[in-house]
Design a protein around this ligand. Structure first.
Ligand code: SF4
Length: 371
């Protein structure tokens, strides 16, 4: 870790007249791409190829200090120690559910916490980590605990990746899938989220594969259009949650800014231009979004968009006096929806509900409620 004496140490090093003095004294190697590491090394007159060695050390071998980079010459490691620091995030809480789901709270700094959830499938084949992209959230989705927190900033790429590294290390297993569905709106932290996804996908890093990384949005239309234009290869999900354009704003505040029709047009563009399936997440709330009219509107959306699927999931919170649907209500809703549309409908369970790790529940135990 970099110490407060770093400036003095670096100055002493510079005065020694060594031509390989590294100039960026605030450099954090974690969360950097190969090309960013190359730039840093070249600026400091080190060979570019070392970037790949550092990159692999960080994400494939998961080294936590320069001492572990035995693939680098000792003199370079010593210089890197002087001018850079390995960052850490402290795990402040860890809860384990009977279904195998585990929730981890990370302290970013005093008073700023985020959460990540380890979700193994029943058969153990699929191991998903749900990660956060922001501390709190500026959006105010009515069913979501995170939306009740104060927004306290975007996460940096290394803080996003560190959730994966730490969870995998503590669980003692590796994830097969990553979903950006934890705290925060990923599209409001676009650059860091996409860079994290790029590293998660990279063959010399986590090597997950783009199809195993899902990025979600509550409906930030301009960022969806950017995602399409950049031809980002990752799975994409939209938190729809209400198919009625006139009442969606009651659940999804963002609908006031980017109305449902614009969102559907963006989803259609995604499907047409990228030729890929888009996912609609739908939190089922009795007496709110489960009527026959809602089902008909969902079928209409599916026919407009084309290649899409619905992930329906029961409400897990009880804000505004809302309740979780009964199993009968869920079964009937899914049955009716299946009769109206041919697109796949996945009825997701709610893993980790009793530890506050299920959809919409992150941050439920926090005190800093803002509404
Ligand atoms: S559902 Fe997502 S976008 Fe909406 S308030 Fe919660 S964290 Fe933010």
């Amino acid at each position: 870790m970099k110490s407060s004496s770093n400036t003095i140490e670096t100055k002493a090093y510079s005065e020694s007249g060594d031509s390989l003095f590294l100039e960026d004294v605030n450099f954090t190697p974690q969360g950097k791409t190969i090309s960013e590491l190359e730039d840093f090394l070249m600026q400091n007159k080190e060979p570019k190829y070392r970037a790949t060695q550092i990159f692999e050390g960080l994400y494939k071998h998961r080294y936590k200090s320069w001492d572990e980079f035995t693939n680098l010459p000792l003199n370079l490691r010593n210089k890197l120690k002087l001018v850079s620091e390995f960052q850490e995030m402290k795990v402040s809480h860890h809860l384990v559910s009977v279904d195998g789901t585990q929730k981890f709270s990370f302290e970013i700094e005093p008073g700023k916490e985020i959460e990540a959830v380890w979700i193994p499938s029943g058969d153990g084949d699929r191991k998903t980590i749900c990660i956060s992209s922001q501390v709190g959230c500026t959006l105010n989705c009515s069913f979501c605990a995170t939306g009740t927190l104060k927004f306290q900033g975007n996460l940096k790429t290394w803080q996003i990746l560190n959730q994966v590294l730490t969870v995998e290390s503590l669980v003692g297993d590796k994830a097969t899938n990553i979903v950006f569905m934890g705290m925060g709106e990923p599209m409001h932290n676009y650059k860091e989220v996409i860079r994290a996804a790029e590293i998660l996908n990279h063959p010399k890093a986590f090597h997950l594969g783009a199809k195993r990384i899902t990025i979600s949005t509550a409906g930030v239309v301009p960022s969806i259009l950017k995602f399409i234009e950049e031809k980002q290869p990752y799975n994409f999900a939209i938190s729809l949650n209400q198919s009625n354009p006139n009442t969606r704003s009651e659940i999804m505040d963002i609908n006031k800014k980017f109305p449902l029709n614009e969102l559907i047009l963006a989803a259609k563009k995604f499907v047409n231009e990228l030729d890929r399936v888009i996912t609609f997440e739908y939190v089922m709330i009795p007496d709110k979004n489960m009527s026959d009219e809602n089902i008909a509107a969902m079928a209409m959306i599916a026919s407009r968009v084309g290649k899409c699927k619905f992930n329906v999931i029961p409400l897990n919170t009880s804000f505004h006096g809302w309740r979780t649907p009964t199993q009968n209500e869920i079964d009937l809703f899914v049955l009716k929806l299946k009769s109206k549309t041919k697109v796949p409908i996945m009825n997701r369970r709610s893993p980790g509900k009793e530890i506050g790790g299920a959809c919409g529940m992150l941050a439920l135990e926090r005190k800093e409620i803002n509404k």
